[in-house]
Design a protein around this ligand. Structure first.
Ligand code: CXF
Ligand code: ZN
Length: 364
């Protein structure tokens, strides 16, 4: 048996997807089929589509998804049909060296499924699932350990953003940088991840909390989500941040764009001994440089942050509690609700730096 669903199928680098029928096999042993409610459009989908990140074709991209389990394969005991879930695009094996070390976000097998086909077009052509998930489709088939039950009290319509933007942005603050009450923080880049990072920094008590974006249009939302200050990214950024942080620079700077120039701006915005957390996914040929003296003298820490150093199974219940208590506003990050055919326009908004998260609503 198989199930045929509509999917946004990408067939070559740089080309927009077309909506096609996708034939999903029944879930095999240890697998589940999830009927998607919504899927967020992440900057990494654009990077996979345009060749900045490697991706075999044809593929169904989309990795930030929420839905309900529709069928389970043999041996699945973690979830049952009907269970609402969030997709985890980096499911940890819990057995490798990194998992044993308590770093499941660096699991050696996290992206194993991304390199294997999982479904077919109606002519029998095998299709790859973007980041192992394939969320730009009405349904997908993933391993049972790639879904996390959606806790009660979170609106299923916007819960998808928990799966990448929120785990990544909140995790950068809570798991990676471990921002403490009263520390100063600068957030460079206010897309979906940046907006959730901003909210997490406000929850951590960052003060001042300086939001930075190339677009002045982001100011209102940034302030509504907790920024004490807003700066447009330009040549005066370092000076402006220093003026707000006792002349020193911030304790923390978060790069949420994925660009060498912004990593460098984050470095310049940080105080001596401060921490730069690189959350954005940059390109292989985009080089950042530091001279040997400044690396020593500034005594700063620069660290990469993959998937918010999170363990979705552990962290999604924590995030759900923040949503229920009103600390974390998921709906505020969603600036565009779109049909499946709206993915190319969502990519264009990201290229132009407009808006927050675009969310594909299935059946809307
Ligand atoms: C990315 C990180 C780099 C690999 C692909 C996924 N993160 C989320 O969007
Ligand atoms: Zn993502």
């Amino acid at each position: 048996m198989s199930t045929t669903v509509k999917a946004a199928v990408f067939t070559e680098t740089g080309a927009p997807p077309s909506i096609q029928d996708l034939v999903l096999p029944d879930p095999g042993p240890g697998e589940v089929r999830v009927r998607l409610t919504a899927a967020g459009v992440c900057h990494s989908d654009l990077s996979l589509s345009n060749g900045t990140l490697p991706q075999p074709w044809p593929a169904v991209l989309g990795h930030e998804g929420a839905g309900a389990v529709e069928a389970v394969g043999a041996g699945v005991t973690e979830v049952t049909p009907g269970q609402r879930v969030i997709l985890n695009w980096a499911p940890p094996c819990r057995e490798c060296w990194f998992c044993a070390q308590g770093e499941p976000h660096l699991c050696e097998h996290a992206l194993d499924r991304a390199g294997r086909t999982y479904a077919e077009l109606t002519d029998g052509t095998p299709v790859y699932p973007g980041l192992g998930t394939g969320a730009f489709a009405e349904a997908t088939v993933v391993p049972a350990h790639a879904v996390v039950p959606l806790p009660d009290g979170v609106d299923p319509a916007v819960a998808a953003v928990l799966g990448c933007a929120v785990l990544t942005g909140w995790g950068a603050v809570a798991n990676s940088a471990r921002v403490r009450e009263g520390q100063s923080a600068v957030v460079l880049g206010l897309g979906g991840v940046g907006l959730s990072l901003l909210q997490a920094a406000r929850l951590a008590g960052a003060d001042p909390l300086i939001a930075v974006d190339a677009s002045p249009a982001k100011e209102e939302l940034a302030r509504a989500l907790g920024a004490t200050d807003f700066l447009v990214a330009d040549g005066s950024l370092t000076k402006a941040v220093r003026a707000l942080t006792g002349g020193r620079g911030a304790d923390h700077a978060f790069e949420v764009v994925g660009s060498a120039a912004v990593v460098r701006s984050a470095w310049n915005a940080t105080r001596r001994g401060g921490t730069v957390t690189v959350v954005g996914v940059g390109a292989l040929d985009d080089e950042v440089s530091f001279n040997a003296l400044e690396l020593f003298h500034q005594a700063r820490t620069v660290r990469g942050c993959v998937y918010g150093s999170s363990d979705p199974a552990r962290d999604i219940p924590v995030l759900a509690e923040l949503v229920r208590s009103g600390g974390l506003d998921l709906a505020a990050m969603v600036t565009d609700e779109i049909p499946l055919s709206g993915v190319p326009e969502a990519f264009e908004r990201m290229r132009q730096g407009r808006g927050g998260r675009s969310l594909v609503r299935f059946g809307a």
